[in-house]
Design a protein around this ligand. Sequence first.
Ligand SMILES: Cc1cc2nc3c(=O)[nH]c(=O)nc-3n(C[C@H](O)[C@H](O)[C@H](O)COP(=O)(O)OP(=O)(O)OC[C@H]3O[C@@H](n4cnc5c(N)ncnc54)[C@H](O)[C@@H]3O)c2cc1C
Length: 510
Amino acid sequence: MTDIVVIGSGIGGLSCAALLARYGYQVTVCESHSLPGGAAHGFERSGFKFDSGPSLYSGLSYSPSPNPLRQVLDAIGEDVDWVNYDTWGCLLPEGEFETQVGAEQFALVLERLRGAHAVAEWRRLQEFMEPYSKAAIALPVANLRPNLGAIQTLGRSLPQLLKHLSAIPKLTGPFGDLMDQVVTDPFIRNWLQLLSFLLSGLPAEETSAAAVSFMFADWYRPEVQLDYPVGGSAALVDAFVRGIEKHSGELRLSAHVEQVLVENGKAVGVRLRNGEALRADVAVVVNASVWDMLKLLPEGAVPQSFLQQREETPECDSFMHLHLGIDAAGLPDDLACHYICVNDWELGITAPQNVVLISIPSRLDPSLAPAGQHTIHVYTPGNEPFEIWQGLDRKSEEYQQLKLERSQCLWQALERVIPDVRDRAKVTLVGTPLTHGRFLRRHHGSYGPALAAGKAMFPWPQTPLKGFYCCGDSTFPGIGLPAVAASGMLAAHAIAPVSKHLEMLKQLGL
Ligand SMILES: Cc1cc2nc3c(=O)[nH]c(=O)nc-3n(C[C@H](O)[C@H](O)[C@H](O)COP(=O)(O)OP(=O)(O)OC[C@H]3O[C@@H](n4cnc5c(N)ncnc54)[C@H](O)[C@@H]3O)c2cc1C
């Protein structure tokens, strides 16, 4: 018997579990995989330590920070060591160049590529976005509560919020509407489309203005630096697990939940694939994607209308992955950690195989690879259609052939940075939407729900089943590490009393 079972150890589930453990609940996290972290888990092959997914972090190496992920770490008293950096490599139709994060640094790129008119427009955009950025961070998600107690927790940040009231209505719509008011330069528009797509898996016309405004506040502040956790994403996951275990919580790996147990209209625990029943006195929280969550509910547990509405959630596409361990002999010392490759703006930012991201984290943290070697992750970010892989037998020749074909765009992007990379590879792992779906237990290997801002809302953690809550990228505020940490906080605060919540806010000075 435990108080709360959390199904899944993605960053959403871990944030929720660690906070609830800190509030004094007995928490058990059941993770299907043999490694914790979900999309953010780390894994090791032949001495190379890989990030399975995220590698782009910001707003985490300082505190207090508006980043909800940092706020959870502060609340549970855990941290990792961060390396700071500021340079990105760009492989764009306009050319190949490096740029630094920061609004003024990007103005230098614009000056070179587009001239004074574009620089002036970029500066106008920064000014135009300022009230929205301030509004987006004026209300920390840590202060939100999905119930009446919000009157007390929001009250603490109300004076800040009131200052930015007029900007708030626009934040609930799509960023495309804001962009259209100021930006005409085709390159700046393409760049903003790219940033929107990386944030949400959707074009600017469907990406939340609040999410982009938050990003403006973070990336275009003075002296901005990006962060990378020493030890990779696995080190970040470990920090959350420490936060759970030091408060007597438990993480159970290889513990696939088959079904949520329901008695008298309330979730009372879970049944694992091995047949074991685990009872939860207070609540069950599910961190799986919306489509995977629905599979866990016994018939009749929730109204048909809820099932239907959630089943119809539109999906973002999936990923192609290339994880490489390479010989680094003779490579320049100043390779960037991240490169972004766009093959053709005309194809549209969401077109399959068009955008490729490259991450070489051993450039920042050499402990991720054996001496003299590099750890690399190249991927297409949420633009690989699942349909072309659906139903293929992973052992078949057809699958191997498609894998070879569809991974070429990853190799080709990387060859622009390291021309002889194929000869240097010592470990080569190619992942497809089927791999992504299988290892991350994610329906169709999807990046997450494709909910267009202004047309649909990410749901809150509560469900019609008593004692059953959701967190992760299928709940408000959506996809990405800061967002899922926020969703974990919201689920925790749907359960914990307002007194505990207020005490935490006081500790964080929020
Ligand atoms: C390649 C890639 C790169 C990314 N890059 C970035 C980035 O740079 N910055 C950023 O902010 N975000 C990035 N993201 C997005 C971010 O990683 C995700 O939005 C986030 O990690 C999702 O977290 P989550 O908690 O919602 O769910 P998940 O990480 O999907 O975790 C859900 C967990 O639930 C488990 N589970 C599912 N069903 C069951 C069951 N029945 N029983 C037990 N366990 C179960 C799964 O095994 C999984 O561990 C990236 C994502 C990917 C894939």
